[in-house]
Design a protein around this ligand. Structure first.
Ligand SMILES: Cc1cc2nc3c(=O)[nH]c(=O)nc-3n(C[C@H](O)[C@H](O)[C@H](O)COP(=O)(O)OP(=O)(O)OC[C@H]3O[C@@H](n4cnc5c(N)ncnc54)[C@H](O)[C@@H]3O)c2cc1C
Length: 499
């Protein structure tokens, strides 16, 4: 006799979304979450009166959240307030030159025209292709299961426009961007978005270049910090009778042969269920919680072949006054080449970053309630290796903070040091310890072309009956909308299999 219909491992966005939909459909659902607050990478915490986000800092394609809430018969606005962010971001070159992209496409065209009149015309073409690709193609597959070649073929044939955009799937982000824009500053200003997929422009799949356009369809920040998104979904889950246990770590998936029959917690408690839904890194799920001994050789080789995604150390700063910034995000680096170099010359070689590339996020610009009156919260994010060639993150934490603050001031001409009232660094090791994300991976698995969509681990396990997956390791990869999409897709599969 099972205790629950579904046990969900992890209360990240994918797990929570699926859990809320399944609870609403009448399944008896329990979520076991390692931390004491949930939300995973889309979460926030308080420190000395400031609220800091631990990962995600912005929401694009927010219609996925509305889609989830409308499937639950509710309106997003009754559960969270999404603040519209405008301008989208400011770009700061090493020479200290700054320009800002507003949401409005025409106004953005004017910004680009000042840099390069030819690229202003290219912006019109880029926006047109981007709008259509997102509406007709990428948006359409966001919450649609893509379990294998059959699904991929069915989806492609269902809409002839897919073929028109196929070239962007099989070329790099860099090629897509360079096929539209000629000016180095314009190219550079739109290439940070490749790291929203976790890869440099040279390796990131070309479809992701349209993220630079998608932000012009509106970007948002939830009032109260990023944790307000999972908190809203959690509230709905509870209203449908769902249960959650915080501070409860799953150490094993219980099996009968190749069938999942529940989970075992770190304290030895066993919970029986018909279905186990994992919201954690797929490599950890299969190789540790299911166990190599329970997998066929081909499945072990397949799951081992995935690389985990990049880590992103974060510096959280409390300031005694507003920083000299113009936007929620300020993106700092010189050229697209430097974006590639950050990956190949630093990340791949285990070098501590020298502050050549970073995003400065200023959440109190949108929501002053995240800091004591008159004060401000900032996050500084970059890409860095998990394993450092010289020393460990625990040893080099302070040095890293110094290097990054030096770079902010000397290279990008933004003065912060004299106004810092509190500083906290979250290294890849801290991130791994906090969320059990292997190597501090921020997007589950790497997201190159051969680890995207149908090439990612299936939402329905191909080897363990009754085991399902959601979250950044599946389908469309990491991101607030994509992981919510995975939750919608997997709940649909489970309802079909067990409804
Ligand atoms: C630094 C950073 C910046 C980002 N910026 C953005 C952004 O601006 N916009 C955007 O859209 N996306 C962004 N993302 C990505 C986005 O936040 C994530 O892809 C998404 O939130 C992941 O959701 P998930 O469903 O995969 O679950 P996760 O967030 O991975 O959550 C998994 C949960 O499982 C729990 N867990 C792990 N192991 C166990 C276990 N054994 N037992 C029980 N519980 C367990 C963890 O504690 C965690 O709560 C960012 C991510 C990071 C880290």
């Amino acid at each position: 006799m099972e205790d629950y219909d579904v046990v969900v491992i992890g209360a990240g966005l994918g797990g929570l979304s699926a859990a809320a939909l399944l609870a609403k459909s009448g399944f008896k659902v329990l979520i076991c979450e390692h931390t004491d607050r949930g939300g995973g990478c889309c979460s926030s915490f308080e420190h000395e009166g400031f609220t800091f986000d631990i990962g995600a800092s912005i929401v694009e394609m927010a219609w996925t959240i509305d889609d989830l809430f409308s499937r639950l018969g509710k309106r997003t606005s009754d559960y969270m307030e999404m603040i519209r962010i405008d301008p989208i971001y400011a770009f700061v070159t090493k020479e200290g030159e700054r320009f800002t992209y507003p949401v409005d496409r025409e106004a953005t065209r004017e910004v680009i025209a000042r840099l390069s009149p030819d690229d202003a015309k290219a912006w019109d073409r880029f926006s047109k292709v981007g709008a259509e690709a997102i509406e007709e193609v990428f948006g359409a597959v966001m919450s649609t299961p893509m379990q294998g070649l059959l699904d991929a073929t069915r989806i492609t044939l269902s809409n002839p426009k897919f073929l028109r955009y196929m070239r962007y799937m099989v070329q790099s982000f860099e090629s897509t961007l360079c096929s539209f824009f000629k000016d180095d500053r314009v190219r550079a200003s739109m290439s940070m978005q490749s790291y929203y997929i976790g890869l440099p422009p040279a390796l990131c799949p070309g479809y992701a270049a349209f993220l630079a356009y998608s932000e012009h369809e509106g970007i948002f920040y939830p009032r109260g910090g990023m944790i307000s998104i999972p908190a809203g979904i959690y509230r709905l889950f509870k209203e449908s009778g769902g249960e959650i246990r915080f501070g409860s770590t799953v150490r094993r998936v219980l099996l009968e042969g190749r069938k999942a029959i529940g989970v075992e917690l770190a304290d030895g408690t066993q919970i029986r269920s018909r279905i186990v839904l994992s919201n954690i890194n797929a490599k950890v799920l299969y190789l540790e919680l299911v166990g190599r001994e329970n997998l066929p050789g081909w499945a072990i080789r397949a799951i081992e072949s995935y690389e985990v995604s990049i880590p992103c150390p974060m510096i959280m700063l409390g300031l005694d006054q507003a920083p000299d910034l113009q936007a929620h995000h300020t993106i700092c680096y010189g050229t697209m080449e430097e974006m590639n170099s950050a990956y190949f010359d630093y990340f791949k070689k285990g070098k501590l970053p020298e502050g050549g590339m970073m995003i400065i996020c200023w959440p109190t610009h949108a929501d002053p309630s995240l800091a004591p009156e008159g004060k401000h919260a900032l996050n500084i994010v970059t890409l860095a290796p998990y394993r450092l060639a010289e020393g460990s993150w625990d040893q080099l934490k302070e040095r890293y903070l110094d290097i990054m603050l030096d770079a902010v001031e000397s290279r990008f001409h933004i003065q912060l040091r004299d106004h810092i009232v509190t500083a906290k660094v979250s290294t890849p090791l801290d991130f791994e310890r906090a969320l059990l994300h292997p190597q501090g991976a921020v997007y589950g698995l790497n997201n190159d072309l051969f680890s995207t969509a149908m090439f990612r681990p299936g939402l329905r396990s191909r080897v363990i009956q009754g085991l399902y997956l959601a979250g950044a390791s599946t389908h469309f990869g990491g991101g607030v909308p994509t992981t919510i999409g995975s939750g919608i897709a997997v709940s649909g599969i489970i309802e079909k299999d067990y409804g």
